[in-house]
Design a protein around this ligand. Structure first.
Ligand code: MLT
Ligand code: MN
Ligand code: ZN
Length: 332
């Protein structure tokens, strides 16, 4: 486990902010962090915790972030959203846009939306994209049920737009097709992770929370996106060890973060988020993995790693992790 043969790999390129035009790199996995904060964003509108205060007083001390979302692409031109956050409208500015076709006035700058769960921070954006008229959605059957029966985001969106829903099977790779139906060469595989079903879900169904692995068939490049994960066992660590780029749940620094601040009464793990710190925290468990790039995302506004000069930030970076920032772009 955690060993990988030293096969020659395509270069991993990191752009601190998204270039406006599509790069000329051949088919690889492009990953663009659209939003790196957890639900509520950073600073959160009603929050005066130390980190939110710091970000409001001086954005250089702690840079603001929008709510959790990623875009992936096989070529830098066709993009798939992973989750659709309530900030999706502003986030789409990070995606290089093709102009509308000569016969059309409108253009949707992405080919589809994949979901890791049905939480509000990851799915409210679907309804906000209703002007798109036709949307292509990939979700596990558990997530689709919650969006249909519980939050009703899917029927509400369908009152405005045609939503083509494809099932994301668990533990089986599927090739993504672009909006025209053409093959992309980019495969996605969803795998169930320990987590907490949304509090409005009527049942806890298998596959309510998943991680996604994107795999380019030609180059073998892999990107794992796991914005919510309550625990890491050996099987999960082994799966993640194969990723060149790992984008992982950085919600909380400690398990009792919200309790100590008097903001909540549940621990991080009980909320479906393994904390970063501690001997069984995600940093200790993921640091030995050979992934070429590891990045925390879905960072809650209370997490001290958001402070650019905090000791916690130094610990994370010292262990080889980057703290995700909106607009960060990777090519693997
Ligand atoms: C989560 O990540 O656990 C959820 O998005 C929580 C929430 O904001 O309701
Ligand atoms: Mn969330
Ligand atoms: Zn806060």
């Amino acid at each position: 486990m955690r060993e990988r043969s030293p096969a020659p790999r395509a270069p991993l390129v990191f752009h601190p902010s998204a270039p406006r035009s599509a790069p000329t790199t051949p088919a690889l996995v492009h990953a663009l962090l659209l939003g790196t904060a957890a639900g509520g964003g950073f600073p959160q509108w009603n929050c005066w915790c130390p980190t939110c205060r710091a970000a409001r007083a001086d954005p250089v001390v702690a840079r603001p972030r929008t709510q959790s979302s990623l875009a992936v692409s096989p070529d830098g031109e066709r993009w798939f959203l992973c989750n659709a956050s309530p900030d999706v409208r502003a986030q789409l500015d990070h995606i290089p846009r093709r102009p509308a076709t000569p016969d059309g006035m409108r253009h949707v700058p992405f080919d589809g939306i994949l979901l890791t769960d049905a939480e509000l921070d990851h799915s409210l954006g679907i309804a906000l994209l209703r002007e798109g008229r036709t949307l292509h959605l990939w979700a596990t059957s558990a997530v689709a049920r919650t969006l249909t029966d519980d939050s009703r985001i899917l029927p509400v969106t369908r009152a405005f737009a045609t939503v083509h829903l494809a099932e994301l099977p668990l533990h089986r790779a599927t090739e993504l097709r672009d909006a025209s139906g053409a093959r992309t060469g980019l495969e996605v595989e969803a795998f169930a992770v320990p987590g907490d079903a949304p509090r409005f879900a009527s049942a806890e169904r298998p596959g309510h929370t998943v991680g996604l692995v994107f795999h380019d068939r030609d180059t073998g490049s892999r990107c794992a996106y796991v914005p919510g994960c309550g625990a890491l066992d050996d099987a999960l660590l082994e799966r993640l060890s194969l990723a060149d780029l790992l984008l992982f749940d950085g919600t909380f620094w400690t398990d009792d973060e919200l309790i100590r601040l008097g903001i909540g009464d549940r621990g991080a793990s009980a909320m479906g988020h393994l904390p970063i710190s501690g001997p069984r925290g995600s940093l200790a468990l993921l640091a030995p993995l050979p992934c070429r790039r590891k990045v925390y995302t879905h960072i809650n506004n209370t997490n001290p790693i958001l402070l650019e000069s905090s000791p916690e930030r130094a610990v994370v970076e010292g262990a080889g992790f980057a703290v995700g920032m909106d607009g960060m772009r990777f090519v693997v």
